[in-house]
Design a protein around this ligand. Sequence first.
Ligand code: UT7
Length: 339
Amino acid sequence: MTNRIYLNGFGYYAPAEILTNSDLQKLVDTNEEWIVSRTGIVERHMAAPGETNSDMAVHAAYMALEAAGLEPSELTAILYATATPDSLVPSTAATVQMKLGIHRVMAMDINAACSGFIYGLQVAQGLLAADPGHNILLLATELLTGKVNWQDRATCVLFGDGSGAVVMSAEKRAPQQPALFSNDVLLEGVMSSADGTSGGEALRMTDGESNGRRYRVGDKIGDDYFIRMNGREIYKHAVRNMPEICNKLMDSLGYTIRDIDALIPHQANIRIVEAVGERLNMPPEKVFINIQKYGNTSCASIPMALCEALEQNFIRPGMRVLITAFGGGFTWGAAVLKF
Ligand code: UT7
């Protein structure tokens, strides 16, 4: 069993089209002041017509592979976190495998909603413990603007599209002269959890079947196809469960918050991000926020934020970074990364 697991390279992608709050004002009864004060979101990126979830992931994947100094043909597994797959079958992981031009390696999707990246780290940890020879591409990508009900102001202002990627292995493998996204980051610990009892009704998104409803050929798509959400309920559980699992993880590693140099929570809402920082007694200047640019990109938000934090020098070599997510299911998790 290997005891060292590295994130060797990072990548991210945001589609070119930007949807601003004033664009949304033309679609639904909302306004800039409400969106910014209640969510912190100023704009979000939106996939172009015809651009798929896997198209976005391929951009992030190549960036992470280059940073790790790895050819696609050297990969042994693709883990793909998403709740908005290109299709249920084939998995989007299999589609990306094809688009990267590689064959005969393990590929599977992971659906843990906004916590998918953390769940992916944990699955990768298990694979590497079983076989340290793995080179794993972990993708976290969402195309949420395709699942948003554009008549529902309570949800359509929140979400955006994007992708994040990391390459993981049991070896240090970043190039001799490290580039921005090549870091050989040590995964010190990761924990995931879920609660379908309280989470089951708070956030739902279906793909043709919901609570017994079966679509038949020729049926019109129902409202149940689109994201439905009880925002207040999620908010309440998010600000409780993220700090709780962060504390549990830090305890298990023998750390306190003073050992952590930066906190990157899932970017769901600036008020949730700030509340998580406060509950963990993390000074606000050590909490990374980029929700203003991307909105809530679900599982893509943490790897995208990690890349931006590197670009902005918010994260530097030697720093210990705590990441945490909460989302539909409910699911939640945390991980500690040593840069
Ligand atoms: O990533 C995981 C998935 N989702 C989340 O993490 C979401 C977590 N929840 C949240 O971020 C917040 O609950 C929201 C941003 C979704 C909502 O903020 P809130 O402060 O909880 O607002 P609310 O739902 O309690 O609504 C307050 C008011 C309502 O009007 P009344 O009933 O007070 O007259 C809403 O109808 O704001 C109204 N409202 C809006 N007004 C203008 C809801 N959406 C909008 C809007 N523009 N877009």
